[in-house]
Design a binder for this molecule. Sequence first.
Ligand SMILES: CC(=O)CC(=O)C(=O)O
Ligand SMILES: [Mg+2]
Length: 219
Amino acid sequence: MTSRNISRFWEWGRKIICVGRNYADHAKELKNAVPTEPVIFLKPPSSYVTEGSPILIPAYTSDLHHEVELGVVIGKGGTSIPQCEAMDHVAGYALCLDMTARDVQDQCKSQGLPWTLAKAFNTSCPVSAFIPKERVPDPGHVTLWLKVNEHVKQSGCTSQMIFSIPFIISYISDFISLEEGDLILTGTPKGVSAVQEHDELQAGIEGLITMSFRVDRAQ
Ligand SMILES: CC(=O)CC(=O)C(=O)O
Ligand SMILES: [Mg+2]
């Protein structure tokens, strides 16, 4: 049997678990309450897209937003992981976008329905190359940025997160067992905005990685 390589975790078909409203400035810009417990939702593995392929705007939205986020790649699975052991379960990181059909999400919110079609469509999770954990000594203090057509839209530091990475890993694993190859998206800072067909998105983690994606319409 060929051994699998964690640096291509997006090919493993594992879970993508997202934390929402983890930055107070973003919760406020969308007029959401600042949470006292993490807000959790899922994306399927079919939402992954890597550089070289476009982000596709679903036909049913006219307000597709970018959300730049730090992704945490799980290297060792577990259930009810204590916070003090959480970082031992991390293999590395990835820069991620949580593409969100904001109009659909607003409609779901107002009707008390799940956000699935707003968050989990094909290409809703663009990811960078894998970053081994040794290259990120302090993931709680890295700067994320995103530009649309060269204009800076988002810039924020992971030190602004309401819930820390160890807390998030521990919290999620109390309800959903984590497996090697799972990805956790840790929420977005302020500055989310709509993208259009033919836009060029560039994003980075300062000093560590950059990535770029073109936006197209789904056929
Ligand atoms: C309101 C949201 O879309 C929550 C979210 O995904 C976030 O990153 O915050
Ligand atoms: Mg998000």
